[in-house]
Ligand binder design. Sequence first.
Ligand code: CA
Length: 232
Amino acid sequence: MSDHILIVEDEEKIALLIRDYLEAEGFVTTILDRGDLVESYIAKTPVDLILLDVMLPGKDGLTLCRDIRKTSSLPVIMLTARVSEIDRLVGLELGSDDYICKPFSPREVVARVKAVLRRTSPPARETEIAIGPLALNEDRHTCTVDNKEVTLTPNEFGILRLLMAHPGKVFSRSELLDKVQGYHFEGYERTVDSHVKNLRKKLAARLPKVQLILSVYGIGYKLNDRAFDGTY
Ligand code: CA
């Protein structure tokens, strides 16, 4: 899929020039001409990189870059009007990934965009946790037993992932509630029990001889790190 580059620039000629060069290289682009439109835009629309002018109506690029950094690691390349500004930008530690000084050649912009994307895009390797025949793929959010998929809800997946990442470690119900991503209800600890019950049922259907999740009386749950000793 093509990378989506957001161009934030109020000088139309410059914005269109950058757009033409990026699109010729296969990028998808969007142009915004005001700084105060950016945050609501990126909250709703997936963007891979922002080219951000410093002097903008609505909200200036410096403030904007700093605010974006508070909530996201989206790559940002600043466009500045003067060479002398670059030192100031670096000194401000805005967290931008690169700076380009105006006037610039559009080819340079394209080269910098590619370089920053190469540097910042996560490695393609998929993350998988496996114990015996049981495997969790975090990128695909799938659980498999002997390569056959077991369908889990996001909460069940989160609980199993946490337990599998720390075999043998005991987690209290409240720890499970806190740490499982995507948990959005009101800390009701007994709901953990019902998720674990469903999880055990689903796993037992594929692994009838294995007791994978053990209850620890008065505390919570742990993954049985000896579950596959002997049987596999
Ligand atoms: Ca400007």
